[in-house]
Design a protein around this ligand. Structure first.
Ligand SMILES: Cc1ncc(COP(=O)(O)O)c(C=O)c1O
Length: 394
């Protein structure tokens, strides 16, 4: 049960039941729960009988009434034993958390199911965000089910599919010259003018609650054990910081001990602010000028939760790692041809990162490793062709 929210920077406490964005100090807010009660009600034996969606962990989600959920069946995605890819990479204990099966084809469904459910309960009529594509289509789909108006700001060079899909759900779509950071500025301006509820990454407190469920699922799917390492494609980093929050909650509830996986943040060489900040020992990541990659989810030059991402990498003894465009495409090919998974470029980036992390000694054949595919490759065909993927002759 949700008790209150607090600031991740200054710890200021906020009452629940109100429309909230950032703390007065500019820090993202986190939802807090009665974890003692949740631990009593959420027994592993009971969980096994619950529905196979992220809502199976409802005690540690901010919404109590099941009738108020705006859901399309998101979450509880497969954790696949990637035997052939693992053998190929020399990492036999490799697992893939395949998020491509989610509604709207990516893990963004989790956060936006949660955020739209809460926005509607709190009385918002209009929701908005800037997006690299997947978050926009997810917001639009859930807003359609909720009967809310969605406004989505996308970089103009985005693949046509995302614009078409997002508009099909009835959203107002605006394409913007520049990157997601430019789209974000325009979205924030319009939200202020029109009184829309801004749902940009970590600018409202509930998307991360949907994303944190990745951590609960991995723990449950591994019999309440955590892997040795997690390899995660990082743009705004909500999934990574969400899982880190989940592990702390799970420890407080007594489901796991103090052990943690090493967290690896994967970025593209053309936009690697976290990798750079990590290697330079910084606590926040400066804006990355001239961001460029075909893995558009990774084209995030400045993350609001940079300090949370960097803290999780350091506390877990993980690292940041950058991969090239060619390595990303090669990663997509390898996941496809060994595991039958046509992964998003962001998933391909994780395959490439795993190889590099093994070469540098960060990952070893004894490690159990969860590698993320955060979306389906089907939505990225245009990006892959633009990146130089040659289609076979017809
Ligand atoms: C497929 C995919 N993977 C990864 C990311 C990065 O996610 P996050 O911003 O939560 O780090 C995105 C974001 O758009 C995405 O669409």
């Amino acid at each position: 049960m949700l008790t209150h929210l607090d600031c991740t920077k200054c710890e200021k406490r906020y009452d629940k039941g109100q429309v909230l964005n950032l703390c007065e100090c500019g820090g993202p807010l986190y939802a807090r729960y009665d974890l003692e009660r949740a631990a009593r009600e959420m027994r592993p034996g009971h969980l096994a009988l619950r529905e196979p969606t992220m809502w199976r962990y409802h005690e540690i989600l901010p919404l109590d009434d099941p009738d108020q959920r705006i859901s399309l069946g998101e979450g509880f995605t497969p954790l696949l034993a990637a035997n052939r890819l693992g053998e190929h990479l020399g990492l036999p204990l490799l697992l893939i958390k395949d998020e491509g099966n989610n509604p709207t084809g990516s893990f963004k469904a989790r956060g936006l199911s949660m955020a739209v459910s809460m926005a509607r309960i709190l009385g918002a009529t209009d929701v908005c965000l800037p997006s690299a594509g997947n978050a926009g289509s997810a917001l639009a789909a859930y807003a359609a089910v909720a009967g809310l108006h969605a406004h989505v700001y996308l970089p103009r060079d985005i693949a046509h599919l995302f614009v078409l899909e997002t508009a099909a759900y009835g959203a107002h779509v605006e394409t913007v010259d520049g990157l997601i950071s430019d789209a974000g500025r325009m979205c924030a301006e319009q939200a202020k003018v029109h009184g829309w509820y801004e749902c940009a990454t970590l600018k409202e407190p509930y998307r991360v609650e949907g994303k944190k469920i990745l951590g609960y699922e991995i723990a449950e799917q591994l019999g309440w054990k955590l892997p040795d390492a997690i390899v995660y494609p990082t743009g705004g980093g909500t999934g990574l910081v969400g899982m880190w929050k989940a592990f702390e909650e799970l420890e407080q509830m007594g489901f796991i001990g103090s052990e943690r996986p090493r967290m690896y943040a994967v970025q593209a060489e053309g936009c690697a602010p976290m990798v750079k900040a990590f290697s330079e020992g910084l606590e926040e990541a400066p804006f990355w000028e001239g961001a460029e990659t075909h893995a558009h989810g990774l084209r995030v030059p400045k993350a609001l939760g940079d300090f949370l991402i960097l803290r999780a990498l350091r506390e877990s003894h993980g690292a940041g790692i950058a991969v090239s465009e060619e390595e990303i495409l090669q990663g997509v090919r390898e996941a496809s041809s060994t595991e039958g998974l046509f992964v998003a470029p962001e998933g391909g980036a994780c395959v490439a990162a795993a190889r590099k992390l093994k070469a540098s000694g960060h990952l070893s054949p004894d490690d159990s490793i969860v590698l993320f595919n955060t979306g389906t490759g089907y939505k990225y065909v245009e990006n892959m062709i633009r990146a130089g993927w040659e289609t076979p002759p017809r």
